[in-house]
Design a protein around this ligand. Structure first.
Ligand code: HEM
Length: 398
């Protein structure tokens, strides 16, 4: 069967693969810039999907779950071994499954974690600050969010390296399907045991994931073992790699822009604005929807069953929405980005993500001055559903 359905006009067909095209492997954000000339087009890859390139259209699609369903939220579909609730649900079921997590990620609960997170981050930075060089992904951007996740699960932080390896194998062993499957099995079996133990223990005094979820109800009943496992696995997918990638791109930008490092070091108050600006300019999530009913949208006729890519990197640098969209302006007055999505699925972990990003920049800039890419450094990036940076070798004077 052709991946281009009959209702798609031929002049809107444009082969485009944000997973594998070499452009996306070398610099995904730049690669997205090359497809802005069309407001919308249809790529025949992975069974075929529409690509919206304007922030306004992407935002509207996020906000209309009745037309754009999250039932299939990845291209290609079905890549995860568990149901990712609430990500893959539409209203009203979506709200039922989002609600139990809400207390864990509310602004006040997140703010209470600041001291602990700062300590974890400071330890990581102190571990390499005297060396004059480090791979900032391996040294900071990967271990920091992993340790935070381990702490949210209520586990000792010494467990973090195990999760780091599984995370890497599951999401980054691109050409090794067996390694990916093995990692998924390992994570699920670990989490399965943990859920069993925690259900037997019941809620503890703290604010870890299971203590919150074991007190929660869906439709008037307690959550089942399988539902708890689904939540833990979903957070593993949603909360680790995203922060690693956002932090990686922010640090890459700083490593190549000494002027921004000086600007940031001159006033701590700029760091929060900088976090927002990096989130906008280096948005990472390429999520997707499936069309539920025939609809005219963004000037084209979509049919029920069509799939649509909602790319937050495209939205973040849309010149129709953002002044100087391709520039980093740390003190932007208005910064209306879609890095965390919009509508009912807007990122539940956004307060935690912002806190992690702010702490990482503050703790690094406090201890490491004027870092830059190592001579001849290979900066490794990747495209796909979550863009990312795998390796960032930098150096500085000690
Ligand atoms: C900078 C880091 C992050 C970015 C850029 C990000 C981005 C996003 C985006 C774009 C969505 C919406 C996906 C869609 O509509 O299909 C989302 C959803 C979600 N994110 Fe994040 N995220 C980040 C960090 C986190 C963290 C740290 C957590 C929790 C530990 C988290 C938990 C979630 C959850 C639970 C959802 C699903 C919400 C729902 O379906 O209602 N995220 N995230």
């Amino acid at each position: 069967m052709s991946a281009v359905p009959a209702h798609v006009p031929a002049d809107l067909v444009r082969p485009f693969d944000y997973h594998q095209d070499p452009d996306f492997l070398s610099d995904p954000h730049l690669a997205f810039e090359r497809i802005r000339d069309q407001r919308v087009f249809f790529s025949p890859r992975y069974g075929g999907y529409w690509v919206l390139t304007r922030a306004e259209d992407i935002r509207l699609a996020f906000q209309q779950p009745d037309i754009f369903s999250s039932r299939e939220f990845s291209i290609p579909t079905g890549i995860y071994p568990r149901v990712l609730r609430p990500l893959s649900l539409d209203p009203p079921d979506h709200g039922t499954y989002r609600q139990p997590l809400a207390p864990l990620f509310a602004p006040n609960s997140v703010a209470r974690r600041e001291k602990e997170l700062r300590g974890v981050c400071a330890d990581l930075v102190e571990g390499f600050a005297g060396d004059g060089k480090v791979d900032l992904v391996a040294g900071l951007a990967r271990p920091f969010p992993t340790t935070v996740f381990v702490s949210i699960l209520g586990l000792p932080v010494a467990e973090a390296p195990v999760f780091e390896q599984w995370n890497h194998d599951l999401l980054h062993a691109y050409d090794e399907p067996e390694r990916r499957q093995q990692a998924a099995k390992n994570i699920l079996s670990y989490l399965d045991d943990l859920v069993g133990r925690r259900m037997a223990e019941g809620p503890l005094a703290g604010e870890d994931l299971f203590s919150v979820l074991l007190k929660a109800k869906v439709s008037g009943r307690a959550l089942t073992h399988d539902e708890l496992l689904d939540y833990a696995f979903m957070l593993f997918i949603a909360g680790l790699d995203t922060v690693t990638a956002s932090l990686g791109f922010s640090l890459h930008c700083l490593a190549t822009r000494p002027d921004l490092q000086v600007q940031l070091a001159s006033g701590q108050s700029l760091v929060s604005a900088a976090v927002e600006e990096f989130l906008r300019a280096y948005s990472i999530i390429n999520t997707a929807r499936v069309v539920t009913q025939d609809a005219s949208f963004a000037g084209v006729e979509m049919r029920a069953g069509d799939r649509v890519l909602l790319s937050t990197p495209l939205a973040g640098r849309d010149p129709y929405e953002v002044d100087q969209a391709d520039q980093i302006v740390l003190d932007r007055q208005v910064n209306r980005h879609l890095a965390f999505g919009a509508g009912p699925h807007r990122c539940l972990g956004s307060h935690l993500a912002r806190l992690e990003l702010r702490i990482a920049l503050e703790e690094l800039l406090r201890r490491v001055r004027a870092f830059r890419l190592q001579d001849g450094a290979e900066v490794v990036r990747h495209g796909g559903g979550a863009l990312g940076i795998d390796q960032l070798p930098v150096c500085w004077q000690t």
